[in-house]
Design a protein around this ligand. Structure first.
Ligand SMILES: CC(C)(COP(=O)(O)OP(=O)(O)OC[C@H]1O[C@@H](n2cnc3c(N)ncnc32)[C@H](O)[C@@H]1OP(=O)(O)O)[C@@H](O)C(=O)NCCC(=O)NCCS
Length: 212
């Protein structure tokens, strides 16, 4: 029998998540928490409340997944994750059946692995992460909590992405390099050195944005 699941966040990223959840088939989507008008629907799933309703919703449904997008800052996703943990909700990780996750890799709670992502042997993904469509996390790479690795980004072997980072589409992180927490890496950036100061970086080789 399918397990009941509530989604939090009804924007564009939510649509991609719905597709993964439907294709995966383990969960029945009960509804979506969002500021939008109650009873509005997204692909047929109703908006059932706002953040303030979470304490009552956890009494009826156990499983939640955060489907709010993350560009630039993870703060909203992080705040809701902490709130759900306090409320003792369960945050399963969800893996698209079209993704490949090595049996020697680990995925933290509340993380979602979208279609055609590849997570190779020895890699680890923290909690509440988005590993977006076609992203590649190579062997032994580590992605910290609350990160978004966007579409087609490449995190090469043994690289370390600390908590709260955003990697734009097609960004490439050279093997073994480390990105410090809460860093924003622009689309298409190529990181060839460790990033030791949080900020916004883009280009090839990536440089820090002067006016953030
Ligand atoms: C790096 C980024 C976060 C900066 O966003 P921002 O602060 O809003 O910056 P702006 O878009 O105003 O751009 C500022 C300048 O940097 C340049 N720039 C921005 N992002 C760039 C990038 N990734 N590569 C090269 N140049 C870039 C812009 O052309 C602009 O240059 P200008 O001042 O000469 O006109 C953003 O551009 C980006 O790359 N976002 C990722 C998008 C993405 O991958 N989404 C995936 C969702 S799954």
């Amino acid at each position: 029998m399918k397990k009941d699941l509530i989604l939090i966040g009804g924007g564009g990223h939510c649509k991609s998540c719905i597709d993964v959840i439907e294709k995966q088939g383990e969960f029945r989507i009960i509804g979506i928490v969002d500021k939008k008008e109650k009873n509005e629907t997204i692909f047929g799933y109703k908006i059932i409340g706002i953040d303030d309703d979470l304490p009552s919703l956890v009494k009826t449904v156990k499983n939640f997944i955060i489907t709010i997008g993350h560009i630039k800052t993870a703060s909203t996703r992080k705040r809701i994750f902490i709130k759900l943990k306090e409320l003792k909700a369960e945050l399963p990780h969800i893996i698209s059946p079209l993704a490949y996750v090595s049996r020697h890799a680990s995925i933290g709670e509340g993380s979602i692995i979208l279609h055609h992502a590849l997570i190779n042997a020895g890699a680890s993904i923290g909690c509440n992460c988005i590993i977006n469509s076609k992203a590649l996390i190579e062997h032994d790479a580590k992605v910290g909590d609350h990160c978004h690795i966007s579409t087609s980004a490449v995190v090469n072997g043994e690289a370390i992405i600390e908590a709260g980072c955003f990697l734009g589409s097609n960004a490439t992180i050279r093997e073994t390099k480390k990105i410090c927490k809460e860093t924003i890496i622009g689309a298409g950036a190529v990181i060839v050195k460790n990033i030791v100061e949080s900020g916004v970086y883009f280009g090839n080789p990536a440089k820090r944005m002067r006016f953030e």
